[in-house]
Design a protein around this ligand. Structure first.
Ligand code: ZN
Length: 368
């Protein structure tokens, strides 16, 4: 049976005032909220796992990773508010520490906040339990600190780069943190236009008919695409579902266990082709695993490098962000000027190898 469409205008639900009350009559809206229990469903998202959220056809869950980062997160929030749509944000701890006002705004506007590690290392597939614990717990602590009296984030976690690993999944399961993969991305971390972000999101949603869409609120192309994407979802009859974690006073939504299973006919969505398999030879995953390059790695002090040496990769795991915001993000995440890291990179590669020599040559070029 088609679920009753309850137009969740948060002024009614949360009593948060005039801004929410300004929902347009033709806004997309949030059709319903489902409450999920991480202890009962440890991992979701058919890009990597057998289960996904128990959605009906034409239902979509919007997720945004890597923020918060002004002005893009601000613009995303403005769009979601204008359309009365609730989403789930997977925040990076260092970003939350740098922009706590945005964390509080995300929460105040009724979105769900999950966590996405402290430093966004693209190394969860090869980290041991201690490393995973450090990244997970410091990230949650940073978001909790930003939220203040509102308490900790939801026990939802998205592994950076979806680079699943045994130690990470074991730790997260023991911690009762629900791992969110996704059902389809829109490749918005790569250097594609807003129109292309929208086209890929819609095309993949149409193929699956429902699911969890992975976007990045730190991307200008995503912020630019979102208004038209939401209008197009409404035009095509899709409905947005909001997801909350179960609590003692908020029990899980009753569901059919089969509703959590991937439909056999649904095609899998893979990540973009990985250009340098040598960098991911230790990865353990069922699908092609993204490398820093597949995220549109931004190299902060020189031309784009096609192949980073593996030991340098560990230092620059975070730079899959567009040039225009790179300096802001870099300094927010690392609290250090770019020049310092440039020097560090040169020092580490005092004995040049072929790949390292290329990096050094790039680093030695004058910066604009
Ligand atoms: Zn991420």
């Amino acid at each position: 049976m088609r679920p009753e469409v309850v137009f969740v205008c948060a002024a009614l639900i949360l009593g948060t005032g005039a801004a929410e009350a300004a929902c347009r009559p033709d806004a997309l809206g949030t059709s319903r909220t489902i409450v999920v229990d991480p202890a009962a469903h440890a991992r979701i998202g058919t890009m990597q796992y057998a289960e996904t959220l128990p959605l009906a056809d034409k239902e979509v869950v919007l997720t945004f990773d890597d923020g918060p980062l002004p002005p893009h997160t601000t613009r995303v929030l403005d769009t979601l508010r204008a359309e009365c749509v609730k989403a789930t944000f997977f925040l990076v701890g260092r970003m939350a520490h740098s922009f706590p006002d945005l964390v509080r705004r995300i929460h105040a506007e009724g979105h769900t906040i999950g966590s996405h590690s402290q430093n966004h290392p693209l190394a969860f597939h090869k980290m041991d339990a201690t490393g995973v614990q450090q990244e997970v717990e410091t990230g949650i602590a940073a978001i909790t600190a930003a939220l203040g009296d509102s308490g900790p984030p939801a026990p939802f976690f998205r592994i950076p780069g979806l680079l699943r690993g045994e130690a990470a999944e074991t730790y997260l399961a023991d911690r009762h943190l629900m791992v969110w993969s996704a059902d389809f991305p829109a490749d918005d971390w790569t250097r594609i236009s807003a129109d292309e972000v929208m086209r890929r999101a819609l095309e993949r949603l149409e193929r699956k008919g429902k699911g969890v869409l992975l976007l990045h609120d730190i991307q200008s192309s995503t912020a630019a695409a979102l208004p038209e994407l939401l209008r197009e979802l409404k035009r095509r009859g899709y409905r947005v579902v909001h997801v909350e974690p179960a609590k003692p006073d908020n029990p899980p939504t009753p569901t059919d266990p089969d509703a959590w299973r991937l439909r056999p006919s649904a095609p899998a969505i893979a990540w973009p082709r990985v250009p340098n398999p040598a960098l991911i030879r230790t990865a353990r995953a069922d699908l092609p695993v993204p490398s820093p390059q597949s995220f549109g790695l931004f190299y902060p002090y020189g031309p784009k490098i096609d192949a980073l040496p593996a030991d340098l990769e560990a230092d620059f795991t975070a730079f899959y962000i567009p040039t225009e915001v790179a300096a802001t993000v870099f300094e927010a995440w690392h609290a250090t000027p770019l020049r310092t890291v440039e020097t560090h990179a040169r020092t580490r590669h005092a004995r040049p190898r072929p790949a390292a020599a290329r990096v050094q040559a790039a680093a030695a070029q004058p910066r604009p």
